[in-house]
Design a protein around this ligand. Structure first.
Ligand code: PEP
Length: 251
């Protein structure tokens, strides 16, 4: 079981040509990248099927979005099983930008996760506290409640398809990173929570990624903590050289 993962999140960036160039650069560099890291990238929805077809076999493709419903009259939505049928491996669920800018509630996050699990689509479940919650030392309470709500009804077996990303909202796209100690503390908390909710084996086999202004200059220190299994990377995933440095940051 490979817990180490470096996952990019391009958000709403890159044309299809730029996306293909990035993939090409990654393919050329692949032989020099460590083998003990799962490589993933969440690309804009219009490129999913094409890139899933063309990608290097070591790159896992993720969707940044997925419907909370199955097939039916839901204009504009795309379902978890459609993503699977296009060769997509994962979907991000519960990203803070979706929660705060697009009104995604805990109930919606939980419904999306359920759809993914039922369709066999991997999930990167994002959780994280706001600055005011951190300032009032409520971060553990907030994360616990987000995890409890999103994973309600899931079994240890379902967890084989779930990756957790701890992303303090005050660190996303702000240039402000959690210290390695702050990240380590929260990751240990999350792994303990998974162990108590499911079992120790599940906790030891679930990847817990850090997200929030992670970049080549700070990744080594963040990834060195035993419970930090890699990163979900926004800004620094856009440039393939930076992304490769991140993949090389495991010691
Ligand atoms: C993210 O979008 O999940 C993220 C962590 O963004 P950034 O690395 O740009 O802070």
């Amino acid at each position: 079981m490979m817990r180490n993962i470096v996952a990019g999140n391009w958000k709403s960036n890159k044309s299809i040509n730029e996306a293909r160039n990035w993939m090409g650069e990654m393919g050329e560099a692949m032989d020099n990248l460590p083998k003990n890291v799962r490589i993933m990238v969440a690309v804009p929805a219009p490129y999913l099927a094409a890139l899933a077809n063309e990608k290097h076999p070591r790159i896992h493709i993720a969707s940044q979005q997925v419907s909370a419903n199955g097939h039916g009259a839901f204009t504009g939505e795309f379902t978890a099983d459609m993503l699977v049928s296009c060769g997509v491996d994962y979907a991000l669920v519960g990203h803070s930008e979706r929660r705060s800018d697009f009104g995604e509630t805990e109930a919606l996050v939980s419904a999306k996760l359920k759809q993914c699990i039922e369709s066999g689509l991997g999930v990167v479940l994002c959780c994280g506290e706001h600055l005011n919650e951190r300032d009032s030392e409520r971060q553990e309470e907030v994360i616990e409640s987000q995890l409890e709500s999103a994973l309600h009804g899931m079994t240890a077996d379902d967890m084989k398809n779930v990756i957790v990303a701890y992303e303090p909202i005050w660190a996303i796209g702000t240039g402000r990173t959690a210290t390695a100690d702050q990240a380590a503390e929260m990751h240990t908390f999350i792994r303990r929570w998974i162990s108590e909710k499911f079992d120790r084996y599940t906790a030891e086999n679930t990847s817990v990624l850090y997200g929030g202004s992670c970049k080549p200059s700070n990744a080594k220190e963040l990834f060195a903590s035993k419970d930090v299994d890699g990163g979900l990377i926004g800004g620094a995933s856009l440039n393939s050289d930076d992304f490769q440095s991140l993949i090389c940051s495991f010691t």
